[in-house]
Design a protein around this ligand. Structure first.
Ligand SMILES: C[S@@+](CC[C@H](N)C(=O)[O-])C[C@H]1O[C@@H](n2cnc3c(N)ncnc32)[C@H](O)[C@@H]1O
Length: 495
């Protein structure tokens, strides 16, 4: 179903600032009724052979934040519609599915957000920004409560006081529209179609500005956006990372080729427009992939990294290393995770999937020894550097697969008192989890940005000797459907 096409995403409706007009959500049911005449008779207006406009009432929400509606015996999903709301919706048949598009909310919910920020309304990736803070909180709490039901009752989600402009990393993709004008934006859900956008209520505003400057410079520098279909062109994406506390800014130009003609002049012009930029890199990604960054990297200006501060420690961050995107909420998450670890100063702590070493280094002050493991080479190099930079003497970092590393630790009969694990969205694996069971740490603190895979992994640990002793959701991604949670497990009989 994924369509690779770099052309401008077709927007339905004329006024693109109106949230109701921008979203196309795929209906969840195959076609049931066949009679088009019946549709025409029941519907207020027939837009085309396959599109009808109907009035519907929303009865609930999917876990993707879409409104559930019933239409002609079918259950459909409508983006940006809330329970209790009545709305006009366009429904069109796409093969065996139905696409829905919210046209107009007739009776809005009391929980609908005040979109006075509509000039910033650039909805891609902000699936629930039409919900006010109470509705967002309820939505996320319900998801986590349901998924964690077998393990206990989660605490109330820790929300963010000012849930806007929090992201420290923006990535925009470049392409050409049908008029062959340069556009940049985000991919529409499950596609490679670029929805042009200039800013978002969750992006760092300076980062958005820099990306727009780059877009504006491209023509005069004869820089073509890359076309995935033809393999021609140069610039694929721009990544901007901001140290929210340090003010340092990294710009990464992700190109299809290392041949960057006029790079010196480009860098000079960009720095002139934005003297606040502290480093600029060229990253080369010539693979047919949906991964943004390639392996090859060249520093064009500055030191190639930026520094940021978290929980009182300074961290250097490379372009390819993972770094939590919401530093305000990260401090709350880490504080909770370290509290759950119940460190007394003696413990051997494994920081698995450690990234640039943030959790382990912050925990090191309260631990006997920290062992970090991470698969990304650059992140491990950053972690070792960050350890030295912060004068931490009791932490060691290793590059490798966390599962294999733990299997070796278990085989060597090594000891771990606490395992803190923070795997990617896909969760952990059996090699890792079975080694945890062999190593028998007294506590496991599981940080996760995907409660579905977290619940799966908790089930394994609970089946094999652990019990859940606390679940704390943290809203790391306001305005979006994503939910983060940290869970404490204790070895049965160890207390
Ligand atoms: C969600 S991030 C957490 C990083 C870090 N704990 C933090 O808070 O910044 C997950 C990390 O796991 C790493 N990773 C992914 N798969 C891995 C594996 N099989 N073994 C070790 N590390 C892995 C990624 O490179 C990434 O740095």
């Amino acid at each position: 179903m994924t369509k690779k096409n770099n052309s401008e995403y077709r927007k339905k409706g004329k006024n693109h600032n109106k949230s109701e007009k921008k979203y196309v959500a795929r209906g969840s049911r195959k076609e049931g009724g066949k009679s088009k005449g019946k549709h025409a008779a029941n519907d207020s207006r027939k837009r085309s052979q396959k599109t009808v406009t109907v009035e519907v009432t929303c009865s609930g929400l999917t876990n993707d934040g879409k409104g559930i509606v019933q239409w002609e015996g079918k259950q459909l999903e409508v983006a940006h519609l809330m329970p209790g709301e009545t709305a006009e919706v366009n429904i069109s048949k796409k093969g065996r599915f139905f696409d829905t598009e919210l046209k107009r909310v007739i009776k809005p919910s009391e929980d609908r957000a005040n979109l006075s920020r509509s000039s910033y309304y650039e909805g891609v990736g902000c699936q629930i920004q039409h919900m006010n803070e109470h509705a967002q909180k309820r939505f996320k709490q319900k998801i986590i409560d349901e998924l964690m039901k077998p393990f206990g009752k989660p605490e109330p989600i820790i929300t963010m006081e000012l849930p806007f402009y929090y992201r420290n990393k923006n990535v925009m993709t470049f392409g050409l529209n049908k008029k062959r004008q340069i556009i940049c934006g985000l991919y529409a859900e499950n596609t490679h179609q670029i929805i042009p956008m200039e800013r978002s209520i969750i992006h760092d505003q300076k980062a958005d500005e820099i990306i727009q400057t780059i877009k504006g410079m491209m023509k005069s520098f004869k820089m073509q956006p890359y076309n995935e279909d033809t393999g021609k062109g140069f610039l694929r994406h721009v990544l901007v990372r901001v140290g929210k506390k340090s003010g340092e800014i990294m710009v990464v130009l992700i190109a299809a080729s290392p041949m960057f003609k006029g790079s010196n002049n480009f860098v000079k012009a960009l720095r002139k427009a934005h003297p606040e930029i502290t480093t600029i890199l060229l990253n080369v990604n010539n693979r047919d992939t949906s991964m943004v960054l390639g392996k090859q990297e060249k520093v064009l200006f500055g030191k190639g990294t930026i520094t940021d501060t978290l929980c009182g420690l300074k961290f250097d961050i490379s372009a390819k290393s993972f770094y939590q995107i919401n530093p305000v909420q990260t401090e709350k998450l880490y504080t909770k995770a370290i509290e759950m670890a119940e460190l007394t100063g003696k413990e051997t702590v494994v920081d698995a999937y450690c990234g640039i070493g943030t959790i382990g280094l912050i925990a090191s002050k309260k631990a006997g020894k920290v062992i970090g493991v991470e698969s990304n080479n650059d992140a491990v190099r950053d972690a070792i550097h960050n350890s030295k930079r912060n004068g931490v003497k009791n932490a060691r970092f290793y590059q490798g697969d966390a599962g294999k590393f733990m299997v070796k630790m278990a085989a060597r009969g090594e000891k771990a008192d606490v395992v803190i694990m923070d795997p990617p969205r896909s969760g952990s694996d059996e090699a890792f989890l079975s080694s945890v069971v062999k190593l028998q740490p007294k506590r496991v603190v599981y940080v996760s940005c995907n409660p579905v895979t977290q619940a799966r992994d908790l089930k394994y640990l609970v089946k094999n000797g652990y019990e859940v002793d606390g679940i704390q959701p943290v809203d790391m991604f306001p305005q979006t459907v994503h939910v983060e949670a940290v869970t404490k497990l204790v070895l049965k009989g160890s207390r």
